[in-house]
Design a protein around this ligand. Structure first.
Ligand code: ADP
Ligand code: MG
Length: 209
């Protein structure tokens, strides 16, 4: 089995819908340790991404994720725009002209995306950011790829959820939350939460198509 271009397009649709559904929650999380705009930012960005992707036919992952990257970077002013934009851009560059890929190799491409985020954000695992959900998810996806796609995606989602929850006791070291120092302890990171949603969307799109 494999991850296909159709699944990637469906995953973007699902991510848009899930963000829309949870935009107040994301903004509430960001109001505790940031500036209360993560839900608004992601909602604006994903809405524009699906408007764009629905207006075109794609031949490969590279084209799809490049459009997603350019769109979110151009419409989202907060950190999430450049960070998710870089993630999608590097992911698309690694996948290039493929339109179907083994899940294990998709994990490698996601890793490229995450490396882009970490170098742009100067962030590491444990800094209380989106990295803390994405890194364990990719690890689990790769490690469980031989168990079959469904098992691999389920493991990735479980790891992302765990990583997201693990941000609660962390002290923020990057982004606006870091201005709070120890007062950031006890709150879940908004970006880790939206990144967990993204992995649930990859899993659900993979299961349905
Ligand atoms: P802003 O912080 O500009 O208001 P958002 O609220 O949309 O942007 O996004 C905040 C999220 O972005 C944080 O919860 C965190 O997960 C992520 N983030 C912020 N700065 C960094 C960074 N330097 N590296 C990785 N992720 C970051
Ligand atoms: Mg914010």
């Amino acid at each position: 089995m494999a991850f296909t271009l159709g699944m990637a397009i469906a995953a973007m649709d699902k991510f848009n819908a899930l963000i829309e559904e949870n935009k107040e929650y994301l903004t509430d999380l960001d109001s505790a340790i940031g500036d209360a705009d993560h839900g608004i930012n992601m909602n604006r960005g994903m809405k524009r991404i699906v408007e764009k992707t629905h207006s075109k036919e794609y031949a490969d992952f590279g084209g799809l994720f490049r459009d997603a990257a350019m769109t979110i970077m151009s419409v989202v002013g907060g950190s999430a725009g450049p960070l998710y934009g870089t993630f999608f851009m590097k992911l698309g560059q690694k996948l290039g002209c493929a339109n179907e890929i083994q899940v294990e190799n998709f994990a490698d491409a996601l890793r490229e995306g995450l490396s882009g985020v970490m170098s742009l954000g100067k962030s590491a695992v444990g800094d209380k950011t989106m990295v803390d959900a994405i890194d364990p998810a990719i690890k689990a996806l790769k490690e469980n790829a031989s168990e079959g796609d469904a098992a691999a995606w389920n493991a990735a989602v479980a790891a992302a959820e765990h990583g997201m929850k693990d941000t609660v006791p962390m002290i923020a070291r990057r982004g606006r939350a870091s201005y709070l120092g120890e007062r950031s302890i006890g709150h879940q990171d908004p970006g880790a939460t939206s990144s967990y949603y993204l992995f649930t969307c990859f899993r659900d799109a993979s299961a349905e198509n």
